[in-house]
Ligand binder design. Structure first.
Ligand code: TRP
Length: 450
């Protein structure tokens, strides 16, 4: 994309934008991280808080990012430089770029597992195995640290390949077809899961809240998960917003993405928990929860061999459309602000991510030396990015729109300079200016005091 100066790359169609933004949002965060967090944070009580976060903060924060991006026609750092010249606001963009690196580093670890599991599925290595054996295989795989790093490297390479080619024929093309397919296979899996013996217990765990379980820790984890799942708080949607056409409707884009993302997370919950309870897998199993439950379901299913392959392929692709957005934030910043060719920016960013990411992978081996404050490097990267940097970034972004960019610019952008009515804009702006910063700050403080 050497022609950056002449014409910025952009999305070609309305459905392409939604697909790309939903592609960024929908990923391992929904299918892997959401069930893990829900299992570790009291089940339905967590779901309740999560839904409140997503409904009341998801759309306003997302719309703030999209508006900043499209108004400025720039990357996560450049956007703040343009809209607030000679101020400290670009620091929010730098925070985002740094956060993108950290997330890409540990996210690519789990993305790599999806490739290992494609191979396992193709070679039919789950067939006839009981739970104990499947769990042991998963643990053994983690102890092969370098095998993890190898798959991680393959995944980072794939991400780099797409980003290397640029926005329109890279990101858009893949996301458009494959996301709906993922939805379909999750529905099929969900039907199998809820009809397993003993599934009811899993459904109650998921949907019957025990309010006494809502603690400061649950609040901050739900907030972090909400931001993580919607790709908020680090400038993905500022960057993507800058590629959206001036005539497209930002509000409906934000609503569509939030709804699609939440639907997929809910479906993942409906797939995982009834089956986990049915097989006797502990909902607090963490990393193993999804990777052990899914093969067990396919073992109980007609055509399980083929469905299993399709599932892991789609999971890998869902992860890919997410890592693409992470890398795109970094590459857009480096290529536009530092005037380094897009291709070189991609190569260097991938190399650094692999270097940092290898520590995340190797930190999951037994007796690993790679720990910080008693946490594995993997968990430490996850915690600092999702529970600290994303909410902080999100809070600063809404404060920026509510108090610096201001009502008239925000309204102009959201209503396409008056071409659209955008009837929700006043209420959303109210949330952006008052409620969202306050809510994030309160949750942040309660969570960190714990
Ligand atoms: N939202 C993605 C998921 O749920 C992960 C992701 C992609 C992300 N880009 C992001 C998370 C930016 C936070 C910020 O899998």
């Amino acid at each position: 994309m050497t022609e950056i100066k002449k014409k910025r790359d952009g999305f070609g169609s309305k459905i392409g934008i939604i697909a790309a933004a939903a592609g960024s949002a929908i990923g391992l965060g929904n299918i892997y991280r959401f069930p893990c967090e829900l299992g570790n944070n009291g089940g339905a009580a967590f779901l309740l808080v999560y839904l409140v976060v997503v409904i009341f903060l998801g759309v306003p924060v997302m719309l703030s990012e999209l508006a900043i991006g499209r108004r400025s026609q720039s990357n996560a750092v450049g956007a703040f430089k343009k809209l607030a010249p000679k101020s400290a606001w670009p620091l929010v963009g730098y925070l985002g770029v740094l956060c993108g690196f950290i997330i890409f580093a540990f996210y690519s670890t789990v993305s790599g597992w999806t490739l290992e599991y494609i191979v396992k599925a193709v070679t039919n290595s789950f067939r006839g195995k009981d739970l104990a054996t499947i769990e042991q295989d998963f643990a053994d795989f983690h102890n092969m640290g370098w095998r993890n790093v190898m798959w991680q490297a393959v995944f980072i390479f794939l991400t780099g390949f797409v980003v290397f080619k640029g926005v329109q024929d890279g990101i858009e093309k893949y996301a458009k077809i494959l996301m709906p397919l993922l939805f379909v296979i999750l529905v099929v899996l969900g039907i199998r899961s809820v009809t397993l013996p003993g599934a009811g217990e899993g459904l109650s765990f998921l949907f019957k809240p025990d309010f006494s379980k809502i603690t400061g820790k649950v609040l901050i984890n739900a907030l972090g998960q909400g931001f993580f799942s919607l790709s908020l708080g680090m400038g993905v949607l500022i960057t993507y917003g800058s590629y959206i056409k001036k005539s497209d409707n930002l509000t409906s884009t934000a609503f569509s993405v939030v709804i699609a993302d939440t639907l997929i997370a809910l479906l993942a919950g409906i797939v995982i928990f009834p089956a986990a309870f049915s097989f006797g897998i502990n909902p607090k199993a963490g990393m193993g929860l999804v990777f052990n439950t899914i093969p067990m379901i396919f073992n109980q299913m007609a055509g399980g061999y083929f469905f299993c392959i399709i599932f892991f392929v789609l999971l890998a692709i869902a992860a890919l459309t997410s890592t693409i957005s992470l890398l795109e934030v970094v590459v857009a910043y480096v290529s536009e602000q530092l005037h380094i060719k897009r291709q070189w920016a991609t190569i260097v960013a991938c190399a650094i991510s692999l270097l940092v990411g290898a520590f995340a992978s190797l930190s999951l081996m037994e007796n690993t030396p790679f720990t910080i404050c008693g946490k594995t490097m993997f968990d430490a990267m996850d915690f600092i990015s999702s529970n600290v940097m994303l909410p902080l970034g999100g809070m600063l972004i809404v404060i920026f729109v509510g108090w610096k960019m201001g009502k008239s610019q925000f309204f102009a952008e959201v209503a396409n300079e008056g071409a659209l009515k955008a009837p929700m804009k006043a209420i959303i702006y109210f949330i952006i200016r008052y409620l969202a910063p306050l809510a994030i700050a309160v949750v942040f403080v309660t969570g960190l005091i714990k």
